[in-house]
Design a protein around this ligand. Sequence first.
Ligand code: GLV
Ligand code: MN
Ligand code: MN
Length: 439
Amino acid sequence: MTQPDGGRGGDSLAGAEVSPPSAGPAVPSGASFQEMWRELRPIGRRPDSGGYRRFAWTGADVECRAWFKAQAEARGLAYEVDRNGNQWAWLGDPGAGDAVVTGSHLDSVPDGGAFDGPLGVVSSFAALDELRARHVTFARPLAIVNFGDEEGARFGLACVGSRLAAGQLTVEQAHRLTDGDGVTLPRAMEAAGYDPEAIGPDPERLGRIGAFVELHVEQGRALDLSGDRVGIASAIWPHGRWRFDFRGEANHAGTTRLVDRRDPMLSYAETVLAARREAQLAGAVATFGKIVVEPNGVNAIPSLVRGWLDSRAADQESLDTVVGGVERAAREYAAAHGVDLDVVRESFTPVVEFDHALRDELARILGKDSGKDTDLKVPVLGTGAGHDAGILSGSIPTAMLFVRNPTGVSHSPAEYAAEDDCVAGVTALADVLEGLACT
Ligand code: GLV
Ligand code: MN
Ligand code: MN
């Protein structure tokens, strides 16, 4: 399979960053963490907003991938790209089985933060460096992975790389994924220098993995409120994306009487308010964060308003209630304005309960009964955010570590984690990998 090398990031803009290690890192991993962070930081960063646009298979993604490959090679790890474009860096024999894998993703949402995804990948390499500095002996193969297209910003479906590997996205469905410019996923992979011919389920590869642990910046304030640097994931809320197409009639904004209009913007706007209402009633969340308007002219009544609903809830019943309620309301509003409505569920991820045995093992390794001299408390947290670890949890034992985010802000340039907390995350991940993979 072809693997483009791409180039390294260009400018040296500051921004959402971990400050330089001038005061000296707290642990050996700090230095390598800082260096990696500095290298990765400019790639795909917009000077105007400070946010990242690292969409799957675009130039910025290819640059991130080149960075990953360079990190693997600099450490003498065996680098490979799997049939779905996910990148792997192996220490030990990939074919031996029962491997311990860590990693995350490098792509971003539109104007995303620096930490969602990259913190997990950078921390994985830094944790490996720390393990080497500890002179541990590895009893199981270890791999670091960068899953492709986790955010789904370009093709509308999240976790494409892990879904394909786990057989949760069929080849036919993947071939139909199309971006806003009409480019299909296979053509986008090809344009980035990757071979899309072999995409599909990868049970043999997943069968060689005994445990996957993903470190991630927390996307909420639970750790900030509890005063802890690091937490362990318990579960991921069920969540999905629904596309609402409101179709009316384009007409002149100045000459069309109000009573003569079939304006889909009105029913869309009322639906946004209904989503808020339904979510509030159910203790859930519902968001219309993306919209396409046609013809998109200031002085034209729209012919089409297409909005995407992202909804998540603690349990399936609440999620069904919210989405059912929003759809019912949307149909009433559409009828009232003479507008046609189509609703399509574009993706869905059921509730994920992370593997209890692995979770308990992480808690034991990091907790007070580990026998180590540590005051690290490790709360166990649920989350409303989706992750590759959640997708893979149906195929292999998976677990997640969260690193404190003082404001809880994520999917925004303001996303942040403090340097000390990132270093604590690296140490926790190194401890976990040592506990799982070393003698
Ligand atoms: C990914 O971060 C998601 O939760 O949508
Ligand atoms: Mn994300
Ligand atoms: Mn993420």
